[in-house]
Write a protein that binds this ligand. Structure first.
Ligand code: NAP
Length: 251
């Protein structure tokens, strides 16, 4: 059985690692190519866009893919829309593996906003020390909308030297104690982050709560309504049910 996993997340990597151990499964991981040095995968990996819905549908047909798993990041909305349309066009069953967003807890001082520009505007005019964890490609529009603050920016890929920005290049996971120490050391006054969900990057949110710091949290964008699970274990069960059905039909 051939499975294509659209990845770029911890969950996708975990699922691909589990599937790579199954002899009856030929799994391929697909990455957009945003990270120049992605973590090694035990399965074949293809890198780069497909060329929209048509390109992905054609890829599914050409590779005779049996199942498509959309395990992309909650903020990667275009590829999820494309996956839903392409799976429909190619007649390939699709499963979305989507982590739930973080939920507000007692002590959280969250301002929830829609989009990066709204997050920048929510900082207000008084200059503050801002811990920014939004992703390198969204830095420029953010700085244009809120230029007056001092930014501590953490990214996987280097962002280069920019006025008013202290850059840290580091890849998660980040635990709460380390995040708390970083925020105290750097005099962080407010955290700006996407509501990515999951454990790997939750440490900064817990640290902000413990320190009583405000958080500007970008809400997750809408994703298409398709069959959806929240964990790799549930995805494996869904895949196994499809494998059994295909075997029964002698496919
Ligand atoms: P996006 O806006 O939803 O997608 C833009 C285009 O990138 C898609 O139309 C597709 O190009 C290509 N693409 C995206 N994911 C792909 C994949 N897994 N395999 C092949 N092509 C892919 O995505 P994005 O927000 O730029 O994110 C890009 C990747 O980084 C995603 O795979 C996501 O899981 C990962 N990521 C994103 C974030 C985030 O905050 N957005 C955070 C962590 C990881 P074509 O139309 O040419 O097929």
């Amino acid at each position: 059985m051939r499975i294509l996993v659209l990845g770029g997340t911890t969950e996708a990597s975990a699922l691909v690692s589990a599937l790579a151990k199954r002899p009856a499964v030929a799994v391929t991981l697909s990455l957009a190519g945003r990270t120049s040095d992605p973590r090694p995968s035990p399965a074949p990996t293809r890198v780069g866009g497909f060329g929209g819905v048509e390109g992905l549908a054609e890829h599914l047909r050409a590779t005779r893919t049996d199942l498509l798993i959309d395990a992309t990041h909650p903020f990667a909305a275009v590829i999820s829309r494309n996956a839903a349309a392409a799976a429909r066009a190619a007649g390939v069953p699709l499963l979305a593996l989507r982590r739930p967003p973080w939920r507000r807890e007692a002590g959280d001082r969250w301002t929830e906003v829609d989009g990066i520009i709204a997050a920048a505007r929510a900082l207000g005019a008084t200059p503050r020390n801002v811990f920014l964890t939004i992703g390198r490609l969204e830095l420029a529009p953010f700085l244009a909308a809120a230029p007056g603050h001092r930014y501590l920016m953490r990214t996987i890929e280097p962002v280069g030297a920019l006025p008013g920005v202290t850059a840290i290049t580091e890849r998660g996971p980040f635990d709460e104690a380390a995040e708390r120490a970083l925020m105290v050391r750097e005099g962080v006054e407010v955290l700006v982050t996407k509501n990515s969900g999951g454990r790997a990057t939750y440490g900064k949110v817990a640290a902000a709560r413990a320190l009583g710091l405000p958080v500007i949290l970008v809400r997750q964008p809408e994703k298409p309504a398709v069959t959806r699970v929240e964990t790799s274990a549930e995805a494996l069960a869904w895949i196994e049910a499809h494998r059994a059905a295909l075997t029964e039909r002698g496919v």
